[in-house]
Design a protein around this ligand. Structure first.
Ligand code: ZN
Ligand code: ZN
Length: 345
């Protein structure tokens, strides 16, 4: 079968012939992948930006950690899922060897064996996964929506970390998939005013409008920052999903006294911020990364309620044969989520 892989420790990804997964052992299953989303971190791996050196000894490796499909084989010890089940797959598995794992706190595992980053992932017709990572899909959630569960879970988790509540005024910096997820879950958590902010980002901000967010700001436009300050100055929570250091100074400046700033971006550079102002206004900076099982379930329930809202996050759909082109599209800021559909073409 063909799979989209990172071949070597340099820029680029390629479609390569790989062996079929072997018969599943123990509590493993084989999932026939129907939809797999291209994530911002996949683009970092493609560009080979710093932060992914841990992959070097694992290459070549099939990418893809946001995927859903149908179980086609189960190992002898699998109990809670069966052949034919429609599932989305939590890609991270604890290593069972690090100090956190040995202390029984595998959520804090420092060496998670994530599919698509440390083990072969979902940009392939079939992938081996652990049964305990497979969550059955509600009837109303189809495969392409199910493949959004991971990034939506990342957003839902950050909204929980930020403590967004009823009536809050919230600013989301970064209009990509994570930013869209943050905005949606902030609204579901009771925020009454939600701004989404980009820079030279007209198409993705248009996607945000389609998701029902009218207060969008493109900071490349003259006067946009002043409008944002006058509309959202003194807001309760700011989320950063840009990976840009300037977002930290911009975001902290918008907060009210004791406001909360949540960082969710992956940064190439170290950050600086005005520390004395930060202390005097008793601001809070929090970090959020990844998503756990309860958030995955919350996301699936939210999608089952209003599936068509979430579908607007997907702007492109391509067969696996065109996955390299899909990466090109995802690199352009015109795209929001690019979905690879290995079952087609
Ligand atoms: Zn992702
Ligand atoms: Zn561990």
């Amino acid at each position: 079968m063909k799979a989209l892989r990172k071949i070597a420790a340099q820029a680029g990804v390629a479609l390569e012939e790989v062996p079929e997964p072997s018969a599943p052992q123990g509590t493993d299953v084989i999932v026939e992948v129907e939809a797999a989303g291209i994530c911002g971190s996949d683009l970092h791996v493609d560009d080979w930006t710093p932060g992914y050196e841990f992959m070097v000894p694992l290459l070549p490796l099939t990418l893809g950690h946001e995927f859903a499909g149908r179980i086609v084989a189960v190992g002898p010890d699998v109990e809670h899922v069966k052949v034919g089940d429609r599932v989305t797959v939590m890609p991270s598995a604890p290593c069972n060897a690090c100090p956190a794992c040995r202390a029984g706190d595998s959520e804090k595992c420092q060496n998670k064996q994530t599919l698509g980053l440390r083990r072969d992932g979902g940009f392939a017709p079939r992938v081996t996964a652990r049964a305990s990572g497979c969550l059955p899909l509600p009837d109303a959630v189809d495969y392409e929506l199910a493949a959004l569960t991971e990034p939506l879970g990342v957003g839902a988790t950050a909204v929980r970390v930020g403590g967004v509540g009823q009536g809050d005024r919230v600013v989301v910096l970064g209009p990509g998939t994570i930013g869209q997820a943050l905005a949606i879950f902030a609204r579901l958590s009771g925020a009454t005013d939600v701004a989404v902010v980009g820079f030279d980002d007209a198409p993705r901000l248009e996607t945000c409008r389609a998701l029902g967010f009218d207060q969008v700001y493109d900071l490349k436009e003259p006067g946009a920052m002043d409008r944002l300050k006058s509309d959202f100055g003194g807001c309760d929570v700011v989320f950063e999903a840009t990976g840009k250091a300037v977002s930290i100074t911009d975001g902290l400046a918008l907060l009210r006294m004791e406001g909360v700033f949540v960082m969710a971006g992956i940064h190439e550079e170290d950050a600086r911020f005005p520390a004395t102002d930060f202390v005097r206004r008793r601001l809070q900076i929090r970090a959020s990364h990844g998503a756990r099982g309860p958030e995955w379930r919350r996301v699936l329930a939210a999608m089952a309620k209003e599936p068509e809202i979430f579908r607007k996050m997907i702007t492109h759909r391509l067969p696996l044969d065109e996955a390299v082109r899909g990466f090109g599209l995802a690199h352009e800021r015109g795209a929001s989520k690019v979905m690879i559909l290995p079952g087609q073409g």
